[in-house]
Design a protein around this ligand. Sequence first.
Ligand code: CTP
Length: 422
Amino acid sequence: MTATVLSGRRVVVGVSGSIAAYKAVSLARLLCERGAVVDVAMTPSATRFVGPLTFASLTHRPVVTDVLELDADQQIEHIELAEAADAIVLAPATANLLGELAAGLVGNAVTAIACASRAPVVVAPAMDAGMWTHPATQRNVATLREFGYIVIDPEVGELASGLTGIGRLAEPAAIVDAVERLFVRTGSLEGLSVVVSAGGTREPLDPVRFIGNRSSGKMGAAIAESARDRGASVTLVAGAMSVAPPRGVTVVEATTAQLMREAIIRAAPDADILVMAAAVADFAPARASQRKIKRSGDNLQVELVPNPDIVAEVGEMPDDVRPFLIGFAAESDDLEANAAAKLRDKGLDLIVGNVVGGPFDAIGSDENKVTVFGAEGPLTDWPMLPKRQVAERLWDLIGDRYRRRRTEGDGGPARTKGRRRS
Ligand code: CTP
């Protein structure tokens, strides 16, 4: 079998109870032919249209039909599948399934997997035309799009009722195309050297204590991972992180602002693109005590001195060494004005802003809602998305801007640098 973008990918096909369930058989077969490892989950009503044995025989894997099922290792099957999935395809998706997904109701194996997973979801609805055009269905579809789901609209044609109208499941080949597009990296970063900083810095007070922040490094890790998958040679300058760095990237540990500065200033001249996602402490104790500070009963005064602004220093580098520069801004108020000021003052090409301190806390979360700003103002209007999907969208945008800068040949910083690393 020739390698395709789906080779080795774990794809979950969720089938719900529509007459179009028979087309999910072709869909599963096509996905298997392209090299995907396909697991099928079915709602109870789907099993009345097509037998699970049909899917099991095609995919050579067990089919999940019961949300309360345990697998051979006594693990909860739908959670295992949700975590392992690289993509989820819900086809056919009935009006009822759309409603359940939009409302977060997880009473069957299909909705439970979709809800528990952070993998991208493709939904291909199929139903009667009247149901499809009903405002409730349209509202549910809009909600799913807000979640970041990719909805493949049904087609016009003859329906099970004998009437002609909109509601037919899209052709399996079109659904496979949509799944493949999830993995085709637009904006390849092949041949580029990318440096990403992630996590928070810890500024020592004494041998055991530090001043730090709650940054988890998840956003930066996702950005590094996505750049790696697009073919870039990636260096991750890692502060304190609560997640493991992605495999296949060069990791430079830098847990204080000073160490991070050294690592970034050393790496920047060889980098084509620098994404400064780390939460760098703005201040550090003037002196770290060599000995553990003892409780004396008195107030303790700690003098804090400013840390270097790392990204601003890179922003001032001469054009022939300055990488294309992306900063982050986490703001509790006035995101647009503050992001614009940071973009200008730090000499950035783009800045990724998010609101902190509100009801949603992005720090440590697996999801984030960001707006990217350029010199001309806000460039995006993205919903709340899993951080990995934020990273994908960021690279689509950054890659595009970077290439535009390079082809314009405006003497700006964007050009492929001589690679010194292997
Ligand atoms: N940054 C940096 N060096 C610092 C502080 C921040 O390189 N000493 C970078 C961050 O990695 C981020 C951007 O600057 O990409 C904005 O960080 P932020 O902490 O929001 O900016 P500050 O300039 O510290 O502004 P504030 O006063 O709002 O904290």
